[in-house]
Design a protein around this ligand. Structure first.
Ligand code: FES
Length: 576
């Protein structure tokens, strides 16, 4: 893997917030859960299979670096759960988010005794409690624990699945993977519980004086005193944990009182609507609390930027954007200080603003197609602009101008469609086209380059056709850039359009602008050139400044777009 550049590393680090840490620690814990459940499932075969499985399971999870990672993830995830209890004032999806938090917070309480009994017993006294010992405890000594174990298995699994769903539902592959993920989400815990049942029945059936003498030795399960000590530690741990939860709730209450004392702020939505909320609430929380529709595709997780607002008036009194907010705004090219994320901004003074994206029915929960709600994916974005259309309109009837512009856009759209792309938005005499909605990255880059060539050929033909009507041939500029964008429906009520948002789209528009200064037909980002597989020396290289970016960007200029297919085909046949 190529080493990350300084800019990439800085961008990566700036993008890490509490949510990313929660996600990574949650994924580690879920991986442990899957491994543990698959181990339980072996109980459907035999006690020997369970023993073989636990050998592999512990060999992996007790390997020192993995164990450190795992226990860190346990502590971090639990701490972040308690922090969320304190910090979260409003939930976007009324039922699923509080349920997710409640399930997550109850897991440590239910599992503490099991962890202390097995793991701490091993660390303090060298106990070797494996499946026979644990199953005996549950099925013979304290059968009520069976229900506790089944409850904690269900709760932890449902909590993990909800977390994964909220994370993955915006990914491009989710729709295709959903049936398989659902099957796994049902099958794995079912097999695990059946295995737990079969293992328990096996232990009960085998229970005899000899079996106990072999499996319940002091070395394996410890003495009565040791067990009492472990039980006491479990009780203290549960009390400590409940104390932390109580502390978080008390702090929450204290904060609410404090906020009331500190005063209220007025938030005006620029459409005549004003709400009055305590200081400290984010703008998105204020909207949700007052039932003001507010686009928030990622649910306030600072991932989508659809909650963006434009502040009206002076922004100097606003708190500085957090690292995460600045990162997301930077990604969508919003360097203007009046643009902020509503889910991150907590104003301490009255504020007037406009929502940049009006919530549509899907984001309000009435729509059902998740791919149209918003999805993160890699796309190649192409901006095409007709040069000199203002001059073209001089001394011409408006109808004639519209006719010529439409012929131009028709020629461009035909080229985009023929190359496998999608004409997406028409802005005056310009167009945004998207490539890669149903293809690989490499194919999307190649399609865009072929489309650029075809646009040039189509415009040539159009120029010949309009030869007698035009004083000068039609010229054009093309900007091509690839990157992660959010695709979804944007607009209002019946005026929704499917489009792409993000830094990669803005950069494509700027590259198109640069074709004038660089005196060429197209400017292509170096990333698209490399992903398409074109040789490093295939096109002239330039370093350009892009507004809103700290570091210059490497681009390639194409003086004559008609030569692009030859380059693409050459590389394709060389690779074949
Ligand atoms: S709701 Fe997604 S970034 Fe604010």
């Amino acid at each position: 893997m190529a080493a990350l550049s300084r800019e990439q590393l800085t961008t990566l680090l700036r993008g890490i917030g509490l949510r990313q840490v929660r996600l990574v620690s949650g994924v580690i814990l879920f991986a442990y859960l899957v491994s543990h459940f698959l181990n339980h499932a072996l109980g459907n075969i035999s006690l020997e299979a369970l023993a073989g499985g636990v050998y592999l399971h512990t060999a992996f999870w007790q390997f020192l670096p993995v164990a450190i990672l795992f226990y860190t993830a346990c502590l971090v995830h639990t701490a972040l759960g308690i922090w969320a209890l304190y910090e979260r004032r409003q939930f976007r999806w009324k039922a699923i988010e509080p349920l997710q938090l409640l399930l997550g917070l109850s897991v440590p309480m239910l599992v503490i005794a099991h962890i202390i009994g097995v793991r701490l017993g091993h660390t303090l006294y060298g106990h070797e409690k494996l499946y026979p010992q644990v199953l005996f405890l549950y099925w013979v000594s304290a059968p009520y624990r069976i229900w506790l174990m089944l409850a904690v298995m269900t709760i932890a699994w449902v909590h993990g699945c909800i977390g994964l769903y909220l994370w993955l539902r915006m990914k491009a592959f989710f729709k295709r993977a959903a049936p398989f993920l659902l099957a796994a989400a049902v099958l794995i815990p079912t097999l695990a519980m059946l295995g737990f049942y079969q293992g328990g029945r096996n232990v009960v059936d085998n229970d005899s004086r000899e079996w106990r003498a072999e499996n319940l030795t002091t070395r394996q399960v410890g003495t009565r005193e040791q067990q009492q000590t472990l039980d006491r530690i479990s009780e203290y741990a549960v009390i400590f944990y409940l104390g932390l939860l109580a502390l978080a709730l008390l702090a929450k209450g204290a904060r609410a009182i404090n906020e009331r004392r500190r005063g209220m702020v007025n938030l005006s939505y620029g459409n005549g609507r004003t709400v009055r909320v305590p200081k400290g609430l984010s703008v998105l929380e204020a909207s949700l609390r007052n039932n003001v529709p507010h686009a928030s595709v990622c649910g306030g997780r600072a991932r989508c930027s659809t909650c963006r607002i434009r502040i009206i008036g002076d922004c100097s009194a606003l708190p500085e954007p957090s690292q995460r907010e600045a990162f997301v705004l930077g990604r969508v090219g919003a360097s203007d200080p009046s643009i902020r994320l509503a889910c991150q901004l907590r104003p301490a003074t009255d504020l007037s603003f406009f929502q940049l994206f009006l919530p549509h029915t899907a984001a309000d929960g009435h729509g059902s197609n998740p791919t149209r709600i918003g999805q993160e994916r890699y796309l190649v974005n192409m901006f095409v602009d007709m040069r000199g259309s203002t001059k073209l309109a001089e001394k011409r009837l408006p109808f004639d101008t519209v006719f010529i512009v439409n012929r131009f856009l028709g020629a461009v759209s035909q080229a985009v469609l023929a190359s496998g792309g999608m004409p997406n938005q028409f802005v005056g005499d310009g167009m945004l086209a998207l490539f890669g909605l149903a293809t690989s990255r490499q194919e999307a880059c190649r399609q865009a380059l072929r489309a650029a060539a075809m646009i040039a050929a189509n415009v040539d033909e159009l120029n010949r056709f309009l030869d007698h009507d035009l004083r000068e041939p039609i010229r054009f500029g093309i900007g091509i850039n690839g990157g992660e964008v959010i695709v979804g429906d944007i607009g209002y009520r019946d005026h929704m359009v499917f489009t792409a948002l993000g830094d990669a789209v803005n950069v494509a528009a700027r590259l198109q602008d640069m074709t004038k200064g660089l005196a060429c037909e197209a400017v292509v980002s170096d990333e698209v050139r490399a992903t398409a597989g074109l040789a490093a020396d295939a096109l002239p290289q330039h370093e350009v400044e892009i507004r809103g970016r700290n570091e210059p960007m490497i681009v390639r200029t194409v003086a004559d777009a008609r030569m692009l297919p030859a380059l693409v085909n050459e590389e394709q046949s060389a690779a074949a």
